[in-house]
Design a protein. Structure first.
Length: 317
């Protein structure tokens, strides 16, 4: 019996190691697809503590820079399907937002929008980027807006994809803010089946993930569940108290968006279950809006060819 139990434990360890190797191999493949190199940057927190940021830089050397910002609980590899198409025309700069991916996670530092914007600003200044385009997906949309406001001399066009930071009025469609306001954090996963539920909410066009890699990703989410709670609490303090119209205004970045003096493109999936498509009623006041039918929260992954086509059309004008 002991020998058998030891064998089962060894098998579990072998499976875990194999899953990790396959996952890391998939990341290496994505870097090659993006024609990119992996690098690191150290930002400084106000107290002097170092904030390490991993990033990819690739695409077409010498071409206009396109900065790609991923969403909450995601990482830089989110963009590989659209990225290899866009990388034929632009130099791609794809960081892991602090708190996610390969970037620093410090329990004793508040990861507020203001702090993360400051760290990202240090990153952009170090790269000496000029006349860049910036794209933000989901939470990355908020950061794209804040960075464009802070550095109007660096950013000449902005693309928002299923962006956080906006609350449509008079809609029956629920958003992730409704979950947070009721004390539910959809990123707090307790078991592997919770990962399936999360993926079903994010994607309308289901994405195939090899079983071993899927198991690795699910366990990674489970391991980080308390960190994701901290991140939500830092980004949206006292979210459960945001029930009145006045309080909900604190969640919106429309004021920042309205002060941008650059072209704005908004892209949304009609079947987005994270931020409802009704959100575009706000964003259409500020620029062109494109809605993809039968697409969820991640059009850059669900319809990468069509997505890249509209991005290129907007950036080329």
């Amino acid at each position: 019996m002991l020998r058998r139990l030891g064998g089962l434990k060894d098998f579990g360890n072998l499976k875990e190691k194999l899953s990790k190797n396959l996952y890391e191999g998939s990341l290496s493949f994505r870097r090659k697809v993006l024609n990119s190199n992996l690098d690191k940057f150290i930002a400084k927190e106000k107290s002097g503590k170092e904030i390490e940021m991993e990033y990819l830089i690739g695409g077409k050397v010498g071409a206009p820079a396109l900065i790609l910002l991923h969403g909450f609980a995601d990482d830089k590899y989110n963009f590989y399907k659209a990225g290899w198409r866009l990388g034929q025309h632009y130099q791609l700069i794809i960081p892991d937002i602090p708190g996610f991916g390969g970037s620093s996670c410090h329990q004793d530092i508040p990861y507020t929008v203001e702090n993360i914007t400051d760290w990202m600003s240090q990153f952009l200044m170090r790269l000496n980027i000029q006349n860049a385009f910036i794209m933000g997906c989901s939470f990355g949309g908020v950061l794209a807006i804040k960075l464009a406001r802070k550095h109007p001399e660096l950013i000449k066009k902005i693309i928002l994809v299923g962006s956080a930071g906006f609350l449509p009025k008079n809609t029956r469609m629920k958003s992730i803010y409704d979950d947070f306001s009721k004390g539910r954090n959809i990123f707090y996963l307790k078991k592997s089946k919770d990962f399936d539920s999360l993926m079903n909410r994010i994607f309308f066009q289901k994405q195939y993930i090899p079983p071993l890699i899927k198991g690795y990703l699910a366990q990674d989410f489970i391991n980080k569940k308390k960190w994701f709670v901290k991140m939500v609490d830092d980004l949206i303090p006292n979210m459960v108290h945001y029930n009145t119209a006045q309080e909900k205004k604190k969640l919106t970045y429309e004021k920042d968006l309205s002060k941008l003096n650059i072209p704005i493109l908004t892209i949304w999936g009609e079947n987005d279950l994270i931020f409802p498509v009704d959100t575009v009623k706000i964003l259409e006041r500020y620029g062109e809006v494109i809605i993809f039918k039968d697409i969820g929260h991640c059009p850059q992954m669900e319809c990468p060819e069509l997505f890249s086509k509209y991005v290129r059309r907007f950036l080329a004008v």
